[in-house]
Design a protein around this ligand. Structure first.
Ligand SMILES: Nc1nc2c([nH]c(=O)n2[C@H]2C[C@H](O)[C@@H](COP(=O)(O)OP(=O)(O)OP(=O)(O)O)O2)c(=O)[nH]1
Length: 138
């Protein structure tokens, strides 16, 4: 049956890795979260797969092509439960470098720099999973 929970949305994010660094993106809006860092991404559209949404959002927001891979960390509930944040590892492919088409700022962070930016609150457990992943990967 259709329940509120079944209809809750998925916001996908991409942990884009290159040379052992991850791309952190500072939001430009809305004002209450402008300047806070996040994984690029957004809402999955009706009928769209999560993997396709990751690739679409990275193209729209950063002008790049990525190959989404494994899930990273757990689903994190957003706000009052209107959605969950679900992050995928992603690999940058092709020659294009990310551009801040919608973000205020982009930073490539090494594992020891993950705490150098202020992440959105929901991202904190994902960043912890990323720290473990990058540490294990050496
Ligand atoms: N993309 C992204 N959104 C996040 C993260 N962490 C987090 O709390 N969010 C929240 C912020 C927003 O409330 C929501 C995603 O909204 P968005 O504005 O990026 O999504 P969208 O591109 O589909 O937006 P729109 O079409 O409605 O304008 O999820 C994250 O790491 N990445």
């Amino acid at each position: 049956m259709y329940t509120e929970r079944a209809r809750s949305k998925v916001v996908v994010g991409a942990a884009i890795l290159s040379g052992g660094r991850v791309l952190a993106c500072a939001r430009s809006a809305p004002p209450e979260v402008a300047g806070r860092f996040e994984f690029p991404g957004g809402k999955v559209e009706p009928g769209e797969s999560e993997i396709d949404a990751v690739a679409r959002e990275c193209a729209e927001e950063l002008g790049i092509t990525v190959r989404p891979g494994a899930r990273l960390g757990v689903d994190v509930p957003l706000g009052n439960g209107w959605a969950v944040l679900r992050v995928y590892l992603a690999e940058l492919i092709g020659d294009a470098q990310p551009r801040a088409l919608e973000h205020r700022e982009l930073r490539w962070l090494a594992v020891d720099e993950l705490d150098s930016v202020l992440w959105l609150p929901a991202d904190v457990p994902i960043v912890e999973a990323l720290r473990a992943h990058l540490t294990a990967a050496g």
